[in-house]
Design a protein around this ligand. Sequence first.
Ligand code: HAM
Length: 414
Amino acid sequence: MTSIRKIRGFSDIMGPEARKFRLMEERASAVFGRYGYDELRMPLLERTELFARSIGSDTDVVQKEMFTFPDRKGRYVTLRPEATAGAVRAYIENKLYSGQNLTKVFTVGPMFRYERPQKGRQRQFHQVNAEAFGSASPLLDAEMVLMLWTYLGELGLTDLTLQINSLGCRECQPEYARRLQEYLRDTDADGFCSDCRERRERNPLRLLDCKQTQCQELMREAPSMLDCLCEECRPHFNTVMDNLQRMGIAYEVNSRLVRGLDYYQRTTFEVLSGEIGAQSSVAGGGRYDDLVRQLGGPDHPAIGFACGMERLSLLLDDPAPADTDFYVAILDDNGLAQGMRICEDLRRKGLSGEMSYETGSLKSQVRHADRIGARYCIFLGRDELESGRLTVRDMGSGEQYQREAEALPELLGQ
Ligand code: HAM
């Protein structure tokens, strides 16, 4: 019978890769916890409308990349392509704002985008996200970037580039869009890819984001958003930059950093790595001050970011597997029950280890103890059963000891 294989763009995460994922999750919870973030776990499946209304119907994500299908009653649902829309829905639906000015959450988990798989790009990928609701202060923007930077630093990742930009607010962004449209009217429409041709009137900011070289070439002389910032957005952005400088975080200003999702306003940022190939963005985020209101909630500003775990994983060294303290090798059938007892007593003392469930040769069992990285191998054969004293081998030095079962925890260092 032919075996069933996984779906293209989906992967099994195991061994050292799974250990890296655990490390990223544990560090996220530890670092974000220090900044006051609480975990939020959300559904993987949401109504399609949520993403169309938040990410924007002109974006690649919504137009081409969503896993969307009707449920059994014909209602359209989508496997979440990102976490921000769901976090905003949860914020509104659960009134997470009641009784507090600021709500800070983080979430970790799988996202789904139907993109062409390649190194650093999967159809099911994983993100670590952080979102803060309820403040428009530029200090929060700077702290958000600082928290991301701290997280990446605590993962041991330092050789990264931080880019930032401001996209203006509901007052000045439309003015910038108008300027861009004017510029585009004077630019040869046929030179753009078909997506850009379609989006140039309706959503000109999206053209800054296009990855096609011919489009990037045509946008080279486009006006900069930074020249259009209003009287409130300009000082807001300056304060973000001042505070980043004060906190010793080096950044580059990239006035073309519009990011691929429509909800952004004011500060946007991205972290890039030169070491992982074409998919170089390891994290990205920004403000989405209008999104809560647009999705039917109160007029609360918000900001957040997401890190791509598969991409961070490409940069991380393999973490060592957890220590194994012992292996109980059974050399006589009569030792099986006692072996199980010994294992369990040691585990209850906080030591980790395994036993052989069948009697085997000394050589094969020592080999197994070695393979699982056990610090000690405990032998249970006829002599040990008769004398009540177990043979314990220190797998590092090769030294052997005779001990009664009760003395094992002390010998093993507990
Ligand atoms: P995003 O830039 O679409 O932003 O994704 C964030 C990160 O997810 C990217 O920088 C990348 O590392 C990773 N990523 C995206 N697509 C894939 C893929 N197909 N395969 C592997 N990794 C991928 C967002 O998702 C926003 N929701 C971030 C945010 C949170 N903004 C505000 N709050």
